[in-house]
Design a binder for this molecule. Structure first.
Ligand code: HEM
Length: 131
């Protein structure tokens, strides 16, 4: 895809979308991801994706990637997971994370799609209260 096509996808994809390389370094950060995390792309691109999560995952994320690259055993790829994200202001929010993998001639990128669950969790709690 051309640069312009990629830009169009990143500007319009409804879920927050983050792509990383094999080393966990952020390559792109969508408009919805900016809204969700409060970071501009400049603040995230070129940095480790671990800045978007909480401990203990942040500390171990490089190992998770290395383990996957070494063994090919998938844990999150292809499966939805509920995890916490960490915003620029430090607050945590639950989200669903889907990870895909795209392998081209000479490189591999991982695509992450994140959906904020805050509203759904709040509605659930309200519903429980009313029972
Ligand atoms: C693996 C957490 C974001 C790519 C993992 C694992 C955890 C985790 C716990 C290991 C799973 C296991 O061994 O059971 C998180 C959290 C995130 C996050 C809390 C919150 C922001 C991302 C994003 C991407 C990504 C945005 C890609 C763009 C990967 C890959 C693996 C992995 C490629 C290894 C493959 C696999 O285990 O299937 N992550 N992650 N992660 N994560 Fe993340």
């Amino acid at each position: 895809a051309s640069e312009a096509q990629l830009r169009a996808i990143l500007d319009t994809v409804p879920d927050a979308m983050v792509t990383i390389n094999e080393n966990g370094i952020v390559q792109s950060f969508s408009a919805a991801a900016q809204q969700l995390f409060g970071y501009s792309p400049d603040e995230v691109i070129g940095k480790n994706v671990a800045m978007l999560m909480d401990e203990p995952d942040a500390q171990h994320h490089d190992e998770y990637l290395k383990r996957y690259l070494a063994t090919g055993h998938r844990h999150i790829i292809g499966n939805m997971r509920c995890v916490n994200g960490r915003r620029k202001d430090g607050t945590l929010f639950p989200h669903e994370l889907y990870i895909g993998e795209a392998i081209s001639r000479d490189s591999r990128v991982f695509t992450g799609f994140l959906r904020d669950l805050t509203k759904r969790r709040e509605a659930e709690a309200k519903f429980q209260e009313l029972q």
